[in-house]
Write a protein that binds this ligand. Structure first.
Ligand code: NAD
Length: 365
C-alpha cells in the first residue's frame, strides 16, 4: 500500500479545502459521486500553466474522506513539479477513488469515473496509479480520450512501472557518482523498501549491476517470489532505517522520511520511487542535508512513468522514452551540485528549477 500515515485529528482542525495544508493553491478540486455504482472520487487539479493536468488515479481504502483529500492534494501538487522539472508540457493533477480496489472496483464504476474525467474536457488527463491496471485505463478509454497508460495492443505505451524503475536507477547512479565519485553500483549495499511494480523492476536493474540488494515488504509471498527470481536477500530485522547501508530506496509508502526515521537513518544516499517521501519537505530536506545524507528528490527521479505516458500524447517512440528517462541522470547530478553551490537542500534546488519553469511560462502568457 502506498498511502501515508496521517493524523486525522489534526486534519479535522483545519478548514476542509482551502485550509488544508496540502491545498497549496490548487486550481480546482472536483468531487465525483455516483450512488448507483458507489463511486466516490476526488480529482485534484493543482496547476495547468504548462499544460493539461496529468496524473494517475489511485484506488485505496482510505480510513476517512479527509485522508483521501489530503492524499490527492499532495499527489497532484507533486505532479506539477514532476512534469515541470522533467521538461514536459504538462500540469499537475491526480485522482483518488475511495474504496477497496480488490472488492469494489467494477467496470461500471470505472466507466462512471471516465465520464467524470471526460466532463473536464481535457483539463485533467488520467492514468494508472496504485490499485489500477492498464486494463482499467483501457476501459476508461471507451468513454473518454483523456486517459493515458493504456495497453500497447490498444496503441498505448503500456505499463509505466519498468520505466519508472529505470529512471530511479538513473537517479540513483547520479547520486552515487556525486557521493562516491563513481556511478557503478556493484557491491553497494542497497535496501529496497516495497517490491511492488516499481520496486521489483528496480531490484532487477540493481541485481544486474551486482549490487548487494536487501528487500523488505509487508507481503511475504512477494518477498519470497522476488528473492527467488533475482537472488537478493530478504531483510529479516525490525528496523530497516538503522541498518548500515549505502543506499535506501523507498518504493512503497510516502512520508517514510520523517523526524523519527531521519534520526535512525544510516544510509549515505536516499533514492527511490515513492511519491512524497519527505513528510515535511523543507524541514526534513534540511535534516538530511545536516546529516550529510544525499537525497535524490522523488519527483525528479520517479518521472519515468510520466515520460512513458506522455509519449501517448506526443506520439514519441520507445527510443525517445528511454532517452528522456536516461536524462534523469544528468538532471539529478546537476541538481545535487546546484544544491551545494547555493547551499540549499536538494529538494529545494529541484523545486526552484521546476517553479522557475512554471513562472517563465506564466509570464509569456
Ligand atoms: P505497488 O502498489 O505495486 O507496490 C507497493 C509495494 O509496497 C507493495 O508490494 C506493498 O506490499 C509494499 N508496501 C506497502 N506498505 C509497505 C511497508 N510499510 N513496508 C514495506 N513495503 C510496503 O506500487 P508501485 O506502482 O510499485 O509504486 C510504488 C511507489 O512509487 C508509490 O509510492 C507510487 O506512488 C510511486 N510511483 C509509481 C510510479 C509507477 O509508474 N508505478 C510512478 C511514480 C511513482
Amino acid at each position: 500500500m502506498v498511502t501515508e500515515v496521517i493524523n486525522t485529528n489534526e486534519l479535522h482542525k483545519m478548514d476542509p479545502v482551502f485550509g488544508q495544508m496540502s491545498f497549496d493553491d490548487h486550481e480546482q478540486i472536483v468531487f465525483c459521486n455516483d450512488k448507483d455504482t458507489g463511486l466516490k472520487a476526488i480529482i485534484g487539479i493543482h496547476n495547468t500553466v504548462l499544460g493539461p493536468a496529468l496524473g494517475g488515479t489511485r484506488m485505496w481504502n482510505y480510513t476517512s474522506e479527509w485522508e483521501a483529500l489530503n492524499d490527492v492534494l499532495r499527489l497532484s501538487r507533486g505532479m506539477t513539479y514532476k512534469s515541470a522539472i522533467t521538461g514536459l508540457n504538462l500540469g499537475g493533477g491526480k485522482a483518488v477513488l475511495i474504496g477497496d480496489a480488490k472488492t469494489q472496483k467494477t467496470p461500471e464504476l470505472m466507466l462512471k469515473f471516465g465520464e467524470f474525467v471526460h466532463s473536464l474536457n481535457g483539463k485533467y488527463i488520467t492514468a494508472e496509479d496504485v490499485g489500477m491496471a492498464t486494463s482499467d485505463m483501457d476501459l476508461v478509454r471507451t468513454v473518454t480520450p483523456y486517459v493515458t497508460g493504456i495497453s500497447e495492443s490498444k496503441g498505448g505505451a503500456g505499463n509505466p512501472s519498468p520505466i519508472t524503475a529505470y529512471g530511479v536507477f538513473m537517479g540513483m547512479k547520479a547520486a552515487a557518482k556525486y557521493k562516491f565519485g563513481s556511478d557503478i553500483l556493484e557491491d553497494k549495499v542497497i535496501y529496497v523498501q516495497g517490491i511492488g511494480n516499481v520496486g521489483e523492476a528496480l531490484v532487477e536493474n540493481l541485481s544486474n549491476e551486482g549490487a548487494k540488494v536487501y528487500i523488505s515488504d509487508i507481503n511475504q509471498e512477494r518477498l519470497e517470489e522476488v528473492r527467488d527470481k533475482y537472488g537478493v536477500e530478504i531483510y529479516g530485522g525490525s528496523n530497516l532505517y538503522a541498518e548500515k547501508m549505502d543506499i535506501y530506496a523507498p518504493c512503497a509508502l510516502g512520508a517514510t522520511i520523517n523526524d523519527i526515521t531521519i534520526k535512525q537513518l544510516n544510509a549515505k544516499i536516499i533514492a527511490g520511487a515513492a511519491n512524497n517521501q519527505l513528510a515535511e519537505e523543507k524541514k526534513h530536506g534540511q535534516m538530511l542535508r545536516d546529516k550529510g545524507i544525499v537525497y535524490a528528490p522523488d519527483f525528479l527521479i520517479n518521472a519515468g512513468g510520466i515520460i512513458n505516458v506522455y509519449a501517448e500524447l506526443e506520439n514519441y517512440d520507445r527510443k525517445e522514452i528511454i532517452r528522456k528517462t536516461e536524462n534523469i541522470y544528468n538532471t539529478t547530478l546537476e541538481i545535487l551540485k546546484k544544491a551545494d553551490t547555493d547551499n540549499i537542500t536538494t529538494y529545494q534546488a529541484a523545486f526552484n528549477i521546476a517553479q522557475a519553469r512554471i513562472d517563465a511560462r506564466k509570464n509569456e502568457k
